[in-house]
Design a protein around this ligand. Sequence first.
Ligand SMILES: O=P(O)(O)OC[C@H]1O[C@H](OP(=O)(O)OP(=O)(O)O)[C@H](O)[C@@H]1O
Ligand SMILES: Nc1nc2[nH]cnc2c(=O)[nH]1
Ligand SMILES: [Mg+2]
Length: 160
Amino acid sequence: MAANYATVTWDQLHRDARTLASALMPRGPFKGIVAVTRGGLIPAAIIARELDCRLIESISVVSYAGESAEEQSEPVIVKPATAAEDGEGFLIIDDLVDSGETAKIVREALPKAHFACLYAKPSGRPHTDQYVMEVSQDTWVLFPWDTAPLFVPPLARQSA
Ligand SMILES: O=P(O)(O)OC[C@H]1O[C@H](OP(=O)(O)OP(=O)(O)O)[C@H](O)[C@@H]1O
Ligand SMILES: Nc1nc2[nH]cnc2c(=O)[nH]1
Ligand SMILES: [Mg+2]
């Protein structure tokens, strides 16, 4: 279990993706973007719009989860990014790097591509070329697609 949770709203995610797009501008234009499924899909769509990039490829990576969603095993590429070849001129987008294992396997497949993500935990930082915000290793990031608003009873009505 993570010690902390950081909730990212749709607004915040959109702002952070635009911030990343802006930081990526001087490195472009890119031949195309490779989205790392599934978490990289929405950030990649926002960044592709800002960079006016229309060639979008995906690399499908699956980490077969353990008992809890926060336990992950070795990631496996189940669909390669064929259109990106060795990655030259391409931008890889994921939502975050945590252990860095996903980024490592994706970069091995596309060694010449530039890797960028929104959030980076310390262990993942060496595996990304760029990120927007650092998050501590003991924080679990809750993305808007993983969460829903929930009724919370008033404090006065909660039993001890
Ligand atoms: O640095 P790591 O420890 O490898 O963790 C980061 C990866 O974990 C999450 O994906 P996940 O495997 O949960 O799958 P999803 O993107 O399909 O939700 C996230 O989207 C990153 O791709
Ligand atoms: N949603 C989510 N998925 C992850 N995969 C690895 N780390 C994380 C995290 O902090 N949040
Ligand atoms: Mg992912």
